[in-house]
Design a protein around this ligand. Structure first.
Ligand code: BG6
Length: 359
């Protein structure tokens, strides 16, 4: 039930800190060590490459998880759109392991790949929010997100839950593989800090609504830019805006804008910049100057250690790997309020379905 909430999407955005805590409870022991099925860890440890298959928002969560698996578990990881992979299968490694990410567990594009994976005889894991779903029944292993039902078509808490759970899994695999990046990583402590900081961000609704009114009320197009993790989040942030507010939005790697698409920047074009990585923060600031010089209306989301006084939305420092769990929250809220203020049915955008069971 959505209770006092006008739309499920806002309720689901608000639930994200609690979803993080539920995952910590379920998948970590009191000492903060991951509790993962032994056979699953064994199968993952034997793999020479991880293939993450997904669609839509789940694909975007996979893009973030790729870097986390590579960093914590030192396993080469590819992320592929399930719809493409099935019929344009890349050369596989000798010992592939397949990870299916799906909120609903019913996406036909993902299922057709899993059917092939089973025919090939490779091990697989489904990470899903739906117990007993097709993808969970047909994969070798399943891990549940336990995020509670996600009703709004635009996915929010499933995205952050997928990232958090994959972080726990990557930490577990990294521990097994004795990677110092994993053994030194306090996943419980870091995710707890993230849950608290997430709460502060969901509490910024008034600020973010006023920014949505100021930047996105009437525009037909918009851009998100960022580098590294901030680029991956830019793709998800742009998708949210497209799905529910029908703003033509694109996520770009900060530097790529100038290689062509900067021609689309006009007087008043909204550009949302996400800045968390100190190695490239000054470059992204440079990109902001470039688009400002062409008239862009720039909104910034920045982590404290790289923030400047003029930034619109800021948050306390967390582990760089976990910044997507925070930077996506204001983007979800910007999309929500833009849709709301334009008078749309936020939970049921036109032409979209929550689960798509056709290829
Ligand atoms: C879509 C939904 O078509 O399927 C998206 O509208 C979703 O919100 C995508 O991200 C993938 O769904 P799932 O359930 O496989 O994560």
């Amino acid at each position: 039930e959505k209770g006092t909430y006008p739309f499920y999407m806002l309720k689901e955005i608000d639930e994200q800190p609690a979803v993080m805590r539920t995952l910590l409870q379920k998948y970590l022991d009191d000492a903060g060590k991951p509790k993962i099925e032994t056979d699953l860890l064994k199968a993952l440890n034997q793999a020479d490459r991880l293939y993450i298959l997904a669609a839509g928002t789940s694909y975007n969560a996979g893009l973030v998880a790729k870097s986390i698996f590579e960093k914590l578990a030192n396993i080469p990881t590819e992320v592929q759109l399930a719809s493409e992979f099935g019929y344009n299968t890349p050369l596989l490694s000798k010992k592939p392991f397949f990870l299916f990410l799906s909120q609903s567990g019913e996406t036909a594009d993902s299922r057709q790949v899993l059917v092939k994976v089973n025919q090939w005889g490779y091990p697989s894991l489904t990470i899903t929010n739906s117990e007993g779903s097709t993808l969970s029944r047909e994969a070798t292993y399943t891990m549940l997100l336990d995020a509670g039902p996600e009703i709004a078509v635009a996915s929010t808490k499933a995205y952050t839950a997928q990232i958090a759970l994959q972080t726990i899994l990557a930490k577990a695999l990294g521990d097994v593989r004795q990677q110092t990046t994993a053994t030194d990583f306090d996943v419980k402590g870091q995710l707890s800090i993230v849950a608290n900081e997430m709460q502060s961000l969901v509490d910024e609704k008034e600020l973010i609504n006023s920014l949505a009114k100021n930047y996105l009320a009437t525009t037909r197009n918009a851009f998100y830019i960022g580098r590294g993790y901030d680029f991956a989040v830019s793709l998800e942030a742009a998708l949210k805006l497209k799905e529910i507010s029908y703003v033509q939005a694109e996520g770009f790697a900060g530097a790529e804008l100038k290689h062509g698409t900067i021609s689309l920047i006009e007087d008043g074009t909204p550009v949302m910049a996400i800045i968390t990585d100190k190695r490239v923060a000054s470059h992204t600031r440079g990109n902001i100057q470039e688009v400002k010089a062409r008239g862009a209306h720039v909104l910034t989301i920045a982590m404290d250690s790289v923030a400047q006084p003029e930034d619109n939305i800021t948050f306390s420092d967390v582990d760089p790997m976990l910044t997507p769990l925070l930077t996506v929250v204001p983007a979800q809220l910007l999309a929500y309020y833009t849709s709301l203020n334009r008078g749309y049915d936020v939970d049921k955008p036109r032409n979209l379905a929550k689960a798509v069971t056709v290829e």
